[in-house]
Design a protein around this ligand. Structure first.
Ligand code: ATR
Length: 264
C-alpha cells in the first residue's frame, strides 16, 4: 500500500497540495498517496490522531491550525521554533517543521533570480503568514528588514523576536524605498490592499504577494509603478517540495510543476 500523507486545514477543499504532491511522487517514483482532510475548527488534534491511527505517515498543516500543530509536535526544527508555527508534521518521530519561509526564499532566489543578500526588504503584515517567513528572509542575508502592519503593536511584537528588525506603521514608510516588498497580509483575499505610501516601490523593486491565484490590488499597484509583481504560487510549490524532502529524503524538481500550474 502507498504511504499516506494529507493536507489538514479548514477550509481545504481548494488546496492545490494534493495535485502538487502527486506530480512530485510521479516524477521521483515515490509511492505516496496524498489527500486532503478538513478538520473541524475544534478538532485538529483528533483529526491528526485519526489519520495517524489509519496509517498516515505525515501531513501538511494549513490555516488555521499551524499554531496548534506547533504545540502538538514532539520535536521542532529550528525554523519552526523561530516561526512558532508548523506546516509539516512527520509522524514517525513526531517532528514538526516549517517550510513556508524557505519556500518563499527559494521562489524569490532560485525561480525569480532575485538576490536577497544585501537588499532592503519590507514585510507587510504581522500575522501568521508574516511570522512564518521573517526568519528565512533574514537568513538569506538581507541588509535591512522592516515589518509594517496596520496594527502597529503586532508589528513591534514580531520585530522584537528578531535582532535588527524594525517595525513601522504604513504611513511611517513615506520617504523610504525597498528592493523587495512581501505582502504577507490577507488583505488581497478581500480585494483590499494595505495603504502604502507612493514610492516605496520603483521599477527596480520586486513586489511579492503570498496570496496566489488572484491578481491582488497590491500587485496591481506595484505594476503601475513598473515594479516586478508576482503571486505566491511559486512559494506554494517550493514549500511543498521541502515538505516532500522532510518526509521522503528526496528533493523533487519544482519548475515543471510550477510551469504546469501556471499553464505555461
Ligand atoms: P495570516 O495567518 O494570514 O497572516 P492573520 O494572523 O489573521 O492571518 O493576519 C492577517 C494579517 O493581514 C494581519 O497582519 C492583518 O493586519 P492587522 O494585524 O492590522 O489586523 C492584515 N490585514 C488583513 N486585512 C487587511 C487589510 N484590509 N489591510 C491591511 N492589512 C490587513
Amino acid at each position: 500500500m502507498s504511504d499516506r500523507y494529507a493536507v489538514i486545514g479548514n477550509p481545504v477543499a481548494h488546496s492545490k497540495s494534493p495535485a502538487i504532491h502527486a506530480e512530485f511522487a510521479r516524477a521521483t517514483g515515490q509511492d505516496i498517496d496524498y489527500g486532503r482532510i478538513e478538520a473541524p475548527l475544534d478538532g485538529f488534534a483528533e483529526a491528526i490522531a485519526r489519520f495517524r491511527a489509519a496509517g498516515g505517515k505525515g501531513c501538511n498543516v494549513t490555516l488555521p491550525f499551524k499554531h496548534e500543530a506547533f504545540r502538538i509536535a514532539g520535536q521542532l526544527s529550528e525554523r519552526a521554533r523561530l516561526a512558532r508555527a508548523v506546516n509539516t508534521l512527520r509522524f514517525a518521530d513526531s517532528f514538526g517543521d516549517n517550510t513556508d519561509g524557505i519556500g518563499l526564499v527559494r521562489d524569490l532566489v532560485d525561480n525569480m533570480g532575485v538576490a536577497l543578500a544585501g537588499k532592503s526588504l519590507l514585510v507587510l503584515g504581522a500575522g501568521g503568514a508574516a511570522q512564518g517567513v521573517v526568519g528565512a528572509l533574514l537568513a538569506a542575508g538581507c541588509a535591512r528588514l522592516v515589518i509594517a502592519n496596520r496594527t502597529l503593536p503586532k508589528a513591534h511584537a514580531l520585530a522584537a523576536r528578531f535582532p535588527g528588525v524594525a517595525a513601522r506603521a504604513y504611513d511611517a514608510l513615506a520617504g523610504e524605498r525597498f528592493d523587495v516588498v512581501v505582502n504577507a497580509t490577507s488583505a488581497g483575499l478581500a480585494g483590499e490592499s494595505p495603504s502604502l505610501p507612493a514610492r516605496i516601490l520603483d521599477r527596480e523593486s520586486v513586489a511579492y504577494d503570498m496570496v496566489y491565484g488572484r491578481d491582488t490590488p497590491f500587485l496591481a499597484q506595484a505594476r503601475a509603478v513598473g515594479a516586478r509583481a508576482v503571486d505566491g504560487l511559486g512559494m506554494l510549490v517550493e514549500q511543498a517540495a521541502e515538505s516532500f524532502f522532510v518526509w521522503r529524503g528526496v528533493r523533487p524538481a519544482t519548475r515543471p510543476v510550477l510551469a504546469k500550474l501556471r499553464g505555461s
